[in-house]
Design a protein around this ligand. Structure first.
Ligand SMILES: [Zn+2]
Length: 676
């Protein structure tokens, strides 16, 4: 039965370019929306630039622009990049819009009038010359721990200690070089624990969260949620709080409200202005947010609590995806793998990346790896040599040897047609369940079948003796190719648009049913065929990497980091005393009063997970650890810490700060496996 959906993708921050890491999500959302429509559903796809907050205010100032001018430049760039990747929003708005301001005001009024806000004083460093409170990175001073001078207000580059800006010795403002003073300011908080029961119910509702996300959120909900500060002091780029002159809404309050404001902009443009209330107040359709792992906390706690408190509809589903890695590691500017969408587009057709990323995107939170050799190999083997090849060889044969006229589907082709129809049904269900990878596979399976029939049937041999038999065989192959194209159309819309006229069909596929039609038969004829898509080489991708390196700011003067001298030699018996195991992170949370630590629950295949404290908070947001397979020293004597018992150690490398990397295993490895 046709249903109605409102689908959102995370709002890109208007402070930088769209890169291939972002594209994982936008391609996933765009493909999902296209598939919903091809299944006959109504789907509205909205997004917006996230424009507010201190980083934008400060970067605009550095660029000599107003924040409005600054975000306008990125809006233009974002819209252009999305369009070139065929990512088609029904509305791509901005959180700095009048619609958004009105919605934020309404939500604020409901929170305030419902008694859902509390006031509290905060003490922060204040620059009396610049007349502003100073964010962490706008204060420098001497490290309170090791005494190194000229350190930022959040972390010491030398000893990696993290602290509050007010802990610095001899602090001074980066803006004016004056000595900041401590100043008290009153702020507004949402007491999230008021909503704890509501959030528990919301979390437990079937199909709202993926099971692994639910576990994660449940762990947060086991403890009292902290009050959430929703105000910031001027100067701030954002919406001023109506009855609090000089106070602004924190960007994380107004950013998700941008989903609603963008829905309103769509509704107006579509000539159905009431649709925004139908979706957000009245219960039309399903509201689905597609997000990355890094913003789970905001979307599963703050956002539903805020909507609930304001009497608006809460989301029906939050679909979380893994992060992009390149050749198995985080994207990196210096390695040239932090690739902007626009840099990629200068070298390769967007279709290749759409194909590869959707073919790797499933319904789980597993990180998505762009292995460069795998990318090149699979594009060539699966997209070019399988799907495009079936189309090219069959079309070319029909057009050059048989006047381009289709034949008939013979009686003995029925099993193949049934097989293709089955793959179409499966693929449609896979798209609906966010298993894009499975759906792409289903399409390729149909193409593989077509290629095998072409090869085995050898129409070039049959042609002389029985041209009609050859025509019928090629006709079957082209009907299968069409089914595969229809199946893959949500992932590769431009391929479908290019190929449909070649098959003698109009425009583009609009429904999955078309793939099961098998109606490319006499007296219809194929259209003129053309090259569909070319093979790629590793060299082309390497050029993208080189171009990205050239964009990166010059590396800071090489600081030779001498390799730590080796520890004294040990024998194998001594080594084998250390029991190393694969552990899967079930939950991760910050620890009150410990700025460096995360508290992990790690599954080692035992009766119950272990609690392990790890000093990795500076390098990993807790959400990013969800589902990771890590390396654990498992027979280490448990250590009683101030915060609880630590039952093991997770192993990591790196100098500290942001540069800490956990040793990881692929998801296929079972937790509890011993590492030898
Ligand atoms: Zn230090």
């Amino acid at each position: 039965m046709p249903e109605s959906y409102l689908v959102t993708a995370g709002l890109p921050y208007a402070n930088g370019s769209i890169h291939i890491g972002h594209l994982v999500e936008y391609l996933m959302a765009d493909t999902y929306v296209r598939a919903l429509r091809m299944s006959g559903h109504e789907a509205v796809f909205v997004c917006a630039d996230d424009t507010h907050g201190t980083p934008i205010e400060i970067n605009a100032r550095k660029a000599g622009k107003t924040p409005q001018e600054f975000v306008a430049l990125y809006a233009e760039e974002h819209i252009r990049d999305f369009h070139r990747f065929s990512i088609e929003f029904d509305s791509f708005s901005s959180t700095n819009s009048e619609e958004n301001r009105r919605w934020v005001h309404e939500i604020y009024a409901r929170l305030r009038d419902g008694g859902h806000l509390i006031e509290r004083d905060l003490e922060q460093l204040y620059d009396t010359e610049a007349k502003r409170f100073l964010p962490d990175r706008f204060v420098k001073g001497t490290c309170p721990k090791c005494g190194t001078e000229d350190q930022y207000g959040d972390v010491c580059e030398s000893c990696k200690t993290t602290y509050e800006p007010k802990d610095l010795i001899n602090p001074r403002s980066v803006l004016t070089d004056s000595t900041p003073v401590l100043k008290t300011s009153t702020h507004l908080f949402v007491p999230l624990k008021t909503y704890q029961d509501f959030l528990r119910d919301w979390t437990h509702t079937e199909s709202r969260l993926q099971p692994e996300v639910r576990k994660f959120v449940e762990a947060w909900l086991q403890e009292d949620l902290k009050d959430w500060c929703i105000s910031r002091d001027a100067p701030y780029f954002g919406f001023e709080i109506p009855d609090r002159p000089g106070k602004f809404f924190y960007v994380w309050l107004d950013a998700p409200v941008g989903y609603i404001a963008s829905t309103e902009q769509w509704a107006k443009t579509a000539g159905t202005p009431k649709a925004v209330d139908q979706f957000w107040r009245e219960g039309r359709g399903k509201i689905i947010h597609i997000i990355g792992k890094d913003i789970i906390y905001f979307h599963t706690l703050f956002w539903p609590a805020t909507l609930h408190a304001a009497g608006l509809r809460v989301p029906d589903r939050i679909q979380v995806h893994g992060m992009l890695t390149v050749d198995g590691v985080k994207m990196s500017k210096t390695r040239g793998t932090f690739i902007n969408a626009s840099t990629y587009l200068e070298h390769l057709d967007p279709m290749y990346l759409r194909f590869f990323l959707t073919s790797k995107t499933g319904a789980s939170l597993t990180d998505i790896d762009l292995g460069v050799d795998e990318f090149v190999h699979r594009v060539n083997a699966e997209l070019v040599n399988n799907l495009a090849n079936l189309l090219s060889r069959s079309l070319s044969f029909l057009n050059t040897k048989l006047d381009g006229i289709y034949g008939h589907l013979e009686a003995d082709t029925e099993p193949y047609i049934l097989q293709a129809k089955e793959a179409l049904r499966l693929g449609e269900a896979q798209y609906a369940g966010f298993d894009l990878s499975g759906a792409v596979r289903s399409a390729l399976d149909i193409a593989t079948l077509g290629n095998k029939l072409f090869q085995d049937g050898a129409p070039w041999k049959v042609l002389k003796e029985d041209p009609e038999k050859a025509r019928n065989l090629v006709t079957l192959c082209l009907n299968l190719a069409r089914a595969a194209v229809v199946m893959i159309a949500p992932a590769l819309p431009t391929l479908a648009e290019k190929v449909y006229p070649m098959l003698g069909l109009s425009l583009r596929p609009t429904r999955f049913e078309e793939g099961a039609a098998f109606d490319l038969v006499a007296p219809r004829r194929a259209g003129a065929h053309d090259r569909i898509i070319d093979r790629i080489t590793r060299k082309e991708f390497d050029q993208i990497v080189e171009a990205t390196k050239a964009l990166a700011p010059p590396a800071p003067e090489a600081s030779p980091s001498p390799v730590e001298p080796l520890a004294p030699e040990i024998d194998i018996e001594t080594f084998s005393k250390v029991d190393l195991r694969v552990g899967r992170v079930l939950s991760a949370s910050t620890v009150e009063g410990a700025t460096k630590l995360l508290r992990l629950e790690v599954d080692l295949g035992e009766d119950k997970p272990r609690q392990i404290f790890a000093g990795i908070r500076s390098a990993y947001p807790p959400e990013a650890l969800i589902g990771k397979n890590v390396l654990v020293a498992a027979n280490l004597k448990p250590r009683q810490m101030k915060f609880g018992l630590s039952e093991g150690m997770v192993l990591a490398a790196g100098p500290g700060g942001k540069d800490i990397w956990l040793a990881e295993f692929p998801e296929e490895v079972t937790p509890g496996n011993r590492v030898h």
